[in-house]
Design a protein around this ligand. Structure first.
Ligand SMILES: Nc1ncnc2c1ncn2[C@@H]1O[C@H](COP(=O)(O)OP(=O)(O)OP(=O)(O)O)[C@@H](O)[C@H]1O
Length: 293
């Protein structure tokens, strides 16, 4: 298997270190800064929740961490290496160890490929020296499908043959193919029904714990993030306004914006409020059941 967890240079060194990050969109007079001096660390095996309203810059920061969005200022260091200083082969090698799960499993899986082919795809991006044999890819696919709760026959089927929650499980398996150390989860459950959200969130936290993964968990919903993240950073208009332990931020928010985000936590209609209550109950029940196991 490739991409085994590598060594950190010093004990306690964060896996991801973001410092004074600035990101601009547009050029010339249309250039606009959307991320302003953002900084945070994620240690190995830890989850940072990044919360904020739509348009606050969450996905942009996720993109910068993945090396997909150009950085206008500051730095993103992964495994102690500043992404801006990497050669193309180095970028490729480090890229394999940072993966992403997007919100929409409908568009993140190619409908024309079998699940097996979709899971095998990332393996083609590995440097020649790290390539897996076809048999290794097949075995790893079967093992990961099983890990996310699907049978090995799933590899022969197409995305349209699965429900939204199953597709998101497949997207998680795909993100794990190259044994990443960091996974950026960009609103991974927002497109799912509430009961399914709880299952997928629990799968993510289980996998995170079992594999010692670091997660950057992006969501507009602090009540969801609280269940999966160790720490939470609250983003407002491209700036972090509050950062602390998840439970503390949720229960005793210090910044007025965090309080407003929680109070306003866009729950405009009673159905949505009811769904949120159900999600919280489902999460609590599943966590309780896990503790008993
Ligand atoms: N490719 C782009 N070109 C220009 N502006 C962009 C681009 N992508 C995002 N933006 C702008 O940058 C700001 C931050 O967007 P971003 O998608 O990072 O926010 P977000 O918090 O992830 O929002 P959402 O939850 O709606 O995805 C927004 O004002 C958005 O309109």
């Amino acid at each position: 298997m490739t991409g085994e967890v590598g060594e950190l240079r010093e004990p306690g060194e964060p896996l991801l270190r973001v410092r004074d990050l600035a990101v601009d969109y547009g050029t010339g007079r249309r250039r606009t800064r959307v991320v302003h001096g953002v900084g945070f660390d994620i240690a190995p095996g830890r989850t940072l929740g990044l919360v904020g309203e739509s348009g606050s810059g969450k996905s942009t920061i996720g993109g910068a961490v993945l090396g997909l969005v150009p950085v206008a200022g500051g730095s993103v260091e992964f495994e102690g290496r500043d992404l801006a200083t990497l050669s193309r082969p180095e970028r490729r090698a480090l890229g394999a160890r940072r993966q992403v799960v997007f919100q929409d499993p409908y568009s993140s899986l190619d409908p024309t490929l079998t699940i097996g082919a979709s899971l095998a795809e990332p393996c083609a991006t590995l440097p020649a020296a790290e390539r897996m044999t076809r048999a290794q890819v097949r075995d790893r696919t079967a093992a990961l499908l099983q890990r996310v709760g699907l049978g090995p026959d799933a590899a022969l089927r197409y995305p349209a043959q699965f429900s939204g929650g199953q597709r998101q499980r497949i997207a998680i398996a795909r993100a794990l193919m190259l044994s990443p150390r960091l996974v950026v989860c960009d609103e991974p459950v927002s497109a799912l029904d509430l009961s399914v959200q709880a299952e997928v969130l629990n799968l993510l936290t289980e996998v995170q714990r079992d594999l010692g993964l670091s997660l950057l968990f992006i969501s507009h919903d602090l009540s969801v993030v609280r269940h999966v993240a160790h720490e939470v950073a609250v983003l407002r208009a491209g700036r972090i306004v509050e950062h602390g332990p998840a439970q503390r931020v949720h229960e005793d928010p210090q910044d007025p914006y965090t309080r407003a985000l929680l109070a306003a936590a866009p729950v405009p209609d009673p159905d949505e409020q009811q769904r949120r209550r159900e999600l919280r109950r489902a999460l609590a029940e599943q966590q309780l059941a896990e503790r008993k196991d």
